[in-house]
Design a protein around this ligand. Structure first.
Ligand code: PMP
Length: 383
């Protein structure tokens, strides 16, 4: 049987323990038995979010959690600011526009981030901005935004800070409370090692004040309905029961490893990936100062068809990485290091990348990428 190694930025690999939990017989959700699971799931999520704020669990993908954040906080005509530098930052703008919310966009060049000073100056100019939307890990370019600094700036204004932590949660450090993140949207199928299907939204007291007055049209994604039943440990509609049960298992694994250790694990894998790419003479796409630990974006060398590279790795060798999106289609590849994977998964990925690059005509010393990554992983030992 061909391997199915997922080095993709979601879905990510699901560990055997979580698969076992997913295979358990379904239980009914309006029962004391499920309430115990739900309570534990919410408490566990708060630990991963590093927050005391409430966290709502939705049956949706990450975009659902993002949309729920927009329509639950705002009213048509409210002014918002989007701080972005990629496809997922653009998604905030698209969602706001769908609800008739005018956006002021502060754009970073792709592969880079926006500094807090620019945001501070823009917020000083317009004190009527209700919310600032940004992204923790911009999966389309492979950068991580400085949420801590943005939080410091937004905290001093009437606006709330809303972060897309869909791919970052559990992989890249985000101290929701300490960094004054009012709302953070995330999902199950990235750092939390589950299949897609759960969306999460954390909400601060400041954001809840906004939510009370929100007039955007909404029904399923009205987070007030989730808030209303939270105290009675319930969900307004049928939750994704099996996924909530499995979430407990993945959170147990995260707790056993320790959150800080996991961040360090992904940082190490990201660094090894970068070393591997450089060892092959490839250029990294993201600026070094903000390169993400969630995934590494690598420029496809001149003359090589990036889309073909991804396709051959997946279809002939069972190693899935991602290609570029939008204007980066065919120009970069993205190797994710989130979810359930270790250094040997990564080395397999780099070995496969070498093989296919060579087949497509790129010249380098075979094994150079794996050697560079290995050297780094083994603390600089020469092989
Ligand atoms: N934001 C980011 C940063 C993402 O990486 C993704 C998924 N790649 C999304 C939002 C959208 O999530 P979904 O596809 O689960 O709706």
């Amino acid at each position: 049987m061909k391997r199915n190694l997922l080095l993709t930025p979601g879905p990510t690999q699901v560990p055997a323990r979580v698969c076992e939990a997913l295979s358990r017989p379904i239980i009914h959700h309006r029962t004391p038995q499920f309430q115990v699971f739900l309570k534990e799931a919410i408490e566990g999520l708060k630990e991963i979010y590093q927050t005391k704020n409430d966290v709502y669990i939705l049956a949706s993908s990450g975009t659902g959690a993002m949309e729920a954040s927009v329509c639950s906080l705002l009213s048509p005509g409210d002014k918002v600011m989007i701080v972005e530098g990629g496809k997922f930052g653009e998604r905030w703008t698209e969602i706001c526009q769908a609800y008739g919310i005018p956006t002021q966009v502060i754009k970073a060049e792709w592969g880079k981030v926006v500094g807090p000073k620019i945001v501070e100056a823009a917020l000083k100019k317009d004190k009527t901005i209700k919310a600032v939307f940004t992204t923790l890990a911009e999966t389309s370019t492979g950068v991580t935004f400085d949420i801590k600094s943005l939080g410091k700036v937004v905290k001093e204004t009437p606006a709330v800070l809303v972060v897309d932590a869909v791919s970052g949660l559990g992989v890249e450090d985000m101290k929701t409370d300490a960094w004054s993140v009012d709302v953070a949207a995330s999902a199950s199928h990235k750092g939390l090692m589950l299949p897609p299907g759960l969306g999460f939204v954390s909400m601060s007291a400041k954001a809840k004040t906004l939510m009370v007055h929100s007039k955007c049209p909404k029904y399923y994604f009205d987070l007030r309905a989730y808030e209303k039943v939270l105290a009675s440990v319930d969900t307004p509609y049928t939750p994704a029961i099996g996924l909530v049960v499995a979430l407990l298992e993945s959170m147990k694994m995260i707790k056993e490893a320790g959150l800080e250790n996991r961040f360090a694990h992904y940082r190490r894998l990201a660094q090894a990936t970068r070393k591997g790419a450089l060892g092959l003479g490839l250029k990294l796409y993201a600026d070094e100062s903000c390169a993400s630990n969630v995934l590494t974006s690598i420029c496809v060398p001149k003359g090589i068809d990036g889309e073909k590279l991804v396709k051959i790795m997946r279809d002939q060798h069972g190693v899935s990485i991602a290609g570029g999106q939008a204007e980066l289609k065919g120009k970069i590849i993205r190797i994710a290091h989130m979810g359930c994977l270790d250094e040997y998964d990564l080395l397999t990925g780099i070995a496969c990348l070498e093989k296919v690059l060579r087949e497509l005509g790129y010249r380098f010393e075979l094994g150079a990428g794996v050697a560079s990554a290995q050297k780094f992983l083994n603390g600089g030992l020469s092989l």
